[in-house]
Design a protein around this ligand. Sequence first.
Ligand code: CO8
Length: 258
Amino acid sequence: MSEYETILTSTQGRVGWITLNRPEALNALNTQVMRDVVDAAEAFDADQGIGAIVVTGSERAFAAGADIKEMEALTGTQMLLEGHFAPWSRFAGVRTPVIAAVAGYALGGGCELAMMCDVILAADTAKFGQPEINLGVIPGMGGTQRLTRAIGSYKAAELILTGRQIGAEEADRIGLVSRVVAAAELLDEAQRTAETIASKSLPSLYAATAALDVARESTLAEGLRFEQHAFAALFDTDDQKEGMAAFREKRAAAFRHR
Ligand code: CO8
C-alpha cells in the first residue's frame, strides 16, 4: 500500500503501522521523512477503521536524529522562513493513540519523535539520548521541553548538557519509556498493545489522548478543568451507555465506534 518514499505503511486489523525506512542513514529524519510520517499519521488519523498507530524503525535504529547532512548548510533565516519544524507539531497533534516501538538508536530527533508518541515501548537494545550539544546546537524537535516534563529537570539537564546515551533499563527507571521488552518480542508486543487500545471506543480514546496532551502542556488547574469537560462530553456517546450497560450485565462491551 506504500505510496511513500522513506517509510513503509501497512495495517493489521485496526492498527496502522509506520516503519521508517532509510537504513543507509539509520533512519535519520530528513524533510522527506518528516513529510511522509506526518502524511501517513494524518491519513490513519482520519480513518475510523484505525484505532491505534505504531511508529517503528529497524533493529539497529528507531532514528539516529534529524539528518545532519541535510541540516548542516541551512541558515537560521531559512529555517524560520520555511517553517522547518512546523509539520512535526501536526504529528504530535494526531488524536489516534500512537505507540513508538523503539529498538536501537533513538537519538536527537529520534528520541524527540518517540516522545511525541503517547506510549513508548522499548526493546532491551534501545539507546536514547540528546547528543545535539556535540554538534554545537540543542534539541530542536521538543527535547528540552518534553524530556524535562517526562523525566524531570535535573535528569533532563544532565542528558542534554552532556549528550550521554542511556540504555533501555535506565530509560525505564527514569520514566522515559512505558515498558521494556525483549528485542525479539518488540513488534509483536507493539501490535498486541495497539490492538488492546484499538478495541476501545474511539471517542473515549480521542478524549484520553487530548487530556494526556493537556497534562503535558498546562497547569494542574487547566488540566483538571479540561478533564472534567471531556469526561462529561463522553456521557453523550452511545459507547458510554453501552460500556456501562455491559458492566452491569456482566458481558463484554460491543462498542459502536471501534
Ligand atoms: N544524520 C545523517 N546521517 C546519519 C545520521 C544523522 N543523524 N546518523 C547516522 N547517519 C548516517 C552516517 O553518516 C552513516 O552514513 P555513511 O555510511 O554514508 O557515512 C550511516 O548513517 C551509518 O552511521 P555510522 O557509520 O555513524 O554508524 P555507527 O554505528 O558507527 O554509529 C551512531 C551510530 C552513534 C548513531 C552515529 O551514526 C551517530 O552519532 N549519529 C548521529 C547522532 C546525532 O548526533 N543525532 C542528533 C542529530 S541533530 C538532531 O536530531 C536535531 C533535532 C532537531 C531538528 C529540527 C528539525 C529541523
